[in-house]
Design a protein around this ligand. Structure first.
Ligand SMILES: [Zn+2]
Length: 343
């Protein structure tokens, strides 16, 4: 293994903790040595690990304004407003990139997701976030906002932008499921699956491989379909919830928020490695079950299933209603395992 490959692995591992500034921490903060092989294996998927906090970034929308906007977008050609202090990529380039994210959701669910305001702040090479810009507080008054940080010159093909697609898709699916305020913990697996599905091909491939490698660590389906997202118990996520409330009250800027989260993330160590593996397996399983259903039952089924779940039907009932699985969940789980193993 070349040392550059190794250090990339460490940086990626660090990123899973520090997700805002993945390239700003070098290997010296982490003890290299043990678990190098495992780290190398996981390097990409750790980078692919988005923290899924966008459920908190929906500002309150009084008088059903969100529903109205959702039903009839005024500007169908512009699904994003970008506020960014990055020179490269330009706001136009970011907008064009994000249109694919909008399109992916539109294709699967046949709806027109609402416009999202994306507030991009650039982190400097030394890891210090750029000073808050005056635009952020004004931007904070918009309904659907997504604060995000990138490096100057960050490639649109990078993990950072793949993660952004993931988080924005959470906003779309929360709207679709009318899940506002419930932190998308109802049918958590499906929220993560849909978001992972919007990630770039390279990320989805890694998750697919992860699902195959960890097939024996899967959560049994009856539990899987009703469980909460295990990641949401993380202290980092709790902090993010608190800060988002402050952001929505306009007590802090998006940049201050990312800065505080990064500080906390930086002191967390790789000790919770086992826990992270469990989280990654949960995400990989979610995406894989979704892709299996999409492939074998089709988009129409996905839409109907989502509506049925929204209306209180359980996955146990839904699966039992499918022609292919008269014996219900155990039979479905068996078919999925076989499909994953074939690849
Ligand atoms: Zn997520």
């Amino acid at each position: 293994m070349s040392s550059s490959f190794r250090s990339e692995g460490i940086v990626a591992q660090q990123n899973e903790n520090t997700y805002w500034f993945k390239n700003d921490f070098k290997g010296e903060q982490v003890s290299i040595g043990r678990r190098v092989t495992e780290v190398l294996k996981m390097r990409s998927i750790f980078a692919a690990f988005a923290l899924c906090f966008s459920f908190m970034l929906l500002s309150p929308t009084p008088n059903g304004a969100a529903e109205n906007e959702y039903a009839s977008p005024k500007k169908p050609d512009s699904h994003f407003t970008i506020v960014s202090n990055a020179k490269k990529p330009t706001s136009d380039e970011i907008q064009r990139y994000l249109e694919q994210t909008w399109q992916t959701f539109h294709d699967v669910f046949d709806v027109e997701p609402a416009a999202v305001n994306v507030i991009i702040s650039v982190t400097s090479g030394a890891g210090a976030p750029s000073p808050p810009s005056g635009q952020e507080r004004r931007a904070g008054t918009l309904q659907r906002q997504m604060p995000w940080s990138i490096k100057e010159g960050e490639a649109l093909s990078s993990q950072r932008f793949s993660d952004l697609s993931h988080e924005i898709t959470h906003i779309y699916f929360i709207d679709y499921m009318e899940d506002k305020g419930r932190m998308h913990q109802d049918h958590a697996w499906l929220h993560e699956a849909v978001s992972c599905y919007s990630e770039q091909d390279s990320s989805r491939k890694i998750r697919k491989q992860w699902a195959r490698d960890h097939i024996n660590d899967r959560t049994p389906f009856e539990q899987f379909f009703t469980m909460k997202n295990p990641l949401k118990e993380s202290p980092l996520v709790e902090l993010t919830v608190k800060l988002t409330e402050k952001l929505n009250r306009r007590e802090i800027t998006a940049t201050e928020m990312t800065q505080q989260i990064a500080s906390m993330a930086a002191v967390q160590s790789a000790e919770q490695s086992q826990e992270r593996i469990r989280h990654l397996t949960y995400y990989a399983q979610s995406l894989s079950v979704f892709e299996f259903l999409l492939k074998t039952e089709g988009k129409e089924f996905i839409r109907t299933m989502s509506q049925q779940l929204k209306n209180g039907k359980s996955m146990v009932e839904i699966i039992r209603g499918l022609k292919s699985y008269p014996q219900g969940i155990p039979q479905f789980e068996g078919a999925w395992v076989a499909w994953v193993q074939v690849g």
